[in-house]
Each structure stands twice: as structure tokens, then as C-alpha cells.
Design a protein around this ligand. Structure first.
Ligand code: NAD
Length: 358
């Protein structure tokens, strides 16, 4: 088992392993960076094949949160938690409370929220043991709650920026958009796109979800094997990671990729593969930041719903800048996004260094 020699280590500040035999909790919390503020990122519960897979996953996700939070202009660093186990069989209130104690022991260096396998109800149980938690959707709270519609809103405005940059179009009327995955985010994105007049082509492994979107938004359903290669203008991956890879990219017919899924590129080189084919890729962690913007507002306080709306709208302008920079430098958009996020973290580290030295 390796942490510091994992290919995903990326100079993490802290990685902590928790176990609690009374409840069966086995968890890892990874703090990639606190340069911009407390490390924020969700908790994933997953039945990993082995411990190394869990370590690699938490490190990769945690670093991704540093980049996402930096690019969203949030005063938050990047971190992530994983609970090792099958959410359907191993989850209990006692285990979730033990996880809450684990988060609390870090005294605010890490702030948790929902991710795959963890619901708002689960986080409400963990919150009995820690206040370093968000995405609870407190009754009566003015901001926050379910982040998915906010993520969809951010993807929608980001998609508009990509369409303007690549297709030179300011409206979406009649534009063909293929949406892969019609879950929490995909469904809301389809609604926004339908209202804007887009022609939807959709797929999900859950046929009930396909039927609903076809019925409500006049979408055309296709098989899960066809969706990535549909004859459309825009592809919006909203299901799984790794869908853009050496096998799929040569077959994509869309000229824009703009969707919510995390880790859409199987490897960094896939950004260059997309660029070589003239496909404009909206980097996932930039376009899908609407949810964390809302979760951050809930945790940090001091913002109204209209402030959150405005902050989500800025995803559009951020992508306009990013696309312009990628074009002028002739670089893939994912490379430019990484460089911009690293610049922001470096500047914050320099400022902190100057304060300490003063
Ligand atoms: P979800 O689990 O609600 O929805 C995912 C959907 O994809 C499900 O309907 C599932 O049946 C479908 N799916 C799975 N495999 C598929 C396949 N091979 N082909 C087509 N459909 C398939 O998840 P979500 O919350 O909507 O998130 C979607 C993606 O966006 C995930 O990658 C997630 O990490 C990312 N994301 C979500 C948020 C958020 O606020 N929920 C924020 C940032 C990023």
C-alpha cells in the first residue's frame, strides 16, 4: 500500500486513515491543499476492489477539488473523503456518526458534503458529530441544499459559452445536444436546454429516466452505446468519468463537449486528442462548479440566493477567458485550465508566505 508514491499523490498536505471497529468504519480523508482555505470536497462511499484503489481515488479526487475550488474563485482548498464499503450493505447511522467524528477530529481543516453513495440524509446523521459539513439543505436556509440543479445551471451557461466560441452562435435554438446520463444533473440540464429550444438526444441505463425526458422535453432516446457518437453539435457527458478516451474521441461527431461528469478525460493526453479533432472541450471541473459554489455559500454564509446565481453565471465568463487563452496559446483547454488553477494557488501561497514573513 502506498500513499506518497501513488501516481496521484501530487504533494498532498495530509492523508489520514480512520477505522472504528465498533461501527465498521474504514475511511480515508485526503487534504490536497489548504492554501486558499479549508479543504472542501464531498465524501464518496464505494466498495473498492482493494485499499490501493481507495487511496488512488481519494488522492485523485482531492487534487481535483483544489483545482475546481480555485477556478470557481472560492476561499476553499481541496480535499475529499472516501468510506470503504458498499453503501447498500455497510451503511448505518452509527457508521455515519463515526465518520462525522473523524471529520470533526480535523478541526475544520476539511469540510465534507455528499458525493457518490452518500445522500443528504446521510450527511444529516454525520452532522450530529461535526459542524464541518455542508450540503444539508437546512429547512428555512436561504441558500444551499441540493446542489444538482445549481450544477446543471452552471453547465448550461458554460455550454452557451462553448457554443459561442466554437460555433459562433449566441442562441441554442434548434441546436442538437446529446446528454449522456439523466440523473440529478442531466435531468435539470435537459430542462434548461429544452427551454432554450435545443433538440435533445438522450441516453441512460435507466429506461424510465429516458422515457420521462422524452415525454417532458420532446427528447429522442438512443442506446447507451450510441450516445457519445450521436450526430449533434454538442455532447454533454453527465454520467461517468473516463468517457473521452483514445477509443471514443475519433468517433465523436459533436464539435463541443460540455457536460457535468467529473474526470471526463481518461488521461490528460485526451485533451490534445480533442483539440486535434477541432472539438472544443469545456474542462469538467470548471463547468461543473455550480454545485460547490452553492455548497460553499451554505457553509460560509453571508450570501443571498441572487449572489449564488451571479457566482454561477460567472462560469460562463471564466470559460470565455479560458477558451480565448487556449486559442491564443494553441494549447488544449484542459492544460490551460490546470495552469490557471495552479497560478491561483501559487499566488495565494505567495501572499501567505509574505504575510508569515512580515
Ligand atoms: P446521478 O447518479 O444522479 O446520475 C447519473 C446518471 O447516469 C444515472 O441516471 C445513471 O443511470 C446514468 N448512467 C450510468 N451509467 C450510464 C451509461 N453508461 N450511459 C448512460 N447513462 C448512464 O449523478 P449526478 O448527480 O447527476 O451526477 C452526474 C455526473 O456529474 C457525475 O459524474 C458526478 O460526479 C458529476 N457531478 C455532479 C454534481 C452534482 O451536483 N450532482 C456536481 C459536480 C459533478
Amino acid at each position: 500500500m502506498t500513499v506518497q508514491t501513488s501516481p496521484f499523490f501530487a504533494d498532498h498536505e495530509q492523508v489520514v486513515f480512520f477505522s472504528d471497529s465498533a461501527t465498521g468504519l474504514r475511511a480515508i480523508i485526503a487534504i490536497h491543499s489548504t492554501v486558499l482555505g479549508p479543504a472542501a470536497g464531498g465524501c464518496r462511499m464505494w466498495n473498492y476492489a482493494d485499499e490501493q484503489s481507495a487511496i488512488d481515488d481519494v488522492l485523485r479526487l482531492s487534487r481535483g477539488m483544489s483545482y475546481k475550488n480555485a477556478m470557481a474563485d472560492l476561499p476553499l482548498g481541496g480535499g475529499k473523503a472516501v468510506i470503504l464499503g458498499d453503501p447498500r450493505r455497510h451503511k448505518s447511522e452509527a457508521l455515519l456518526e463515526a465518520f462525522g467524528r473523524a471529520v470533526d477530529s480535523l478541526a475544520g481543516r476539511y469540510v465534507t458534503a455528499e458525493d457518490v453513495g452518500i445522500t443528504v440524509a446521510d450527511m444529516t446523521v454525520a452532522a450530529r458529530r461535526t459542524r464541518y459539513i455542508s450540503g444539508l439543505g437546512k429547512t428555512g436556509a436561504s441558500v444551499g441544499g441540493d446542489p444538482s440543479p445549481k450544477t446543471a445551471q452552471g453547465v448550461f451557461v458554460g455550454l452557451q459559452a462553448a457554443v459561442a466560441a466554437r460555433l459562433d452562435r449566441s442562441d441554442l435554438e434548434g441546436l442538437g445536444v446529446a446528454v449522456q446520463g439523466l440523473g440529478n444533473v442531466g435531468y435539470h440540464l435537459c430542462r434548461n436546454l429544452h427551454q432554450a429550444g435545443a433538440r435533445l438526444v438522450v441516453a441512460d441505463v435507466d429506461e424510465g429516466r429516458v422515457a420521462r425526458v422524452c415525454d417532458e422535453f420532446g427528447a429522442t432516446g438512443v442506446s447507451v452505446d450510441e450516445i457519445l457518437f450521436a450526430d449533434v453539435d454538442v455532447l454533454a457527458p453527465c454520467a461517468l468519468g473516463g468517457v473521452l478516451n483514445a477509443r471514443t474521441i475519433p468517433q465523436i461527431r459533436a464539435s463541443v463537449v460540455a457536460g457535468a461528469a467529473n474526470n471526463q478525460l481518461a488521461e490528460d493526453a485526451d485533451g490534445a486528442r480533442l483539440q486535434a479533432r477541432g472539438i472544443l472541450y469545456a474542462p469538467d471541473y470548471v463547468i461543473n462548479a455550480g454545485g460547490i459554489i452553492s455548497v460553499a455559500a451554505e457553509y460560509l454564509g453571508g450570501k443571498s440566493e441572487s449572489d449564488v446565481e451571479r457566482d454561477i453565471t460567472r462560469i460562463h465568463d471564466r470559460l470565455v477567458d479560458l477558451f480565448a487563452r487556449a486559442k491564443s496559446e494553441g494549447k488544449p483547454t484542459n492544460v490551460v485550465a490546470d495552469a490557471m488553477a495552479e497560478e491561483r494557488m501559487r499566488r495565494a501561497a505567495d501572499r501567505a508566505g509574505r504575510v508569515r514573513a512580515a
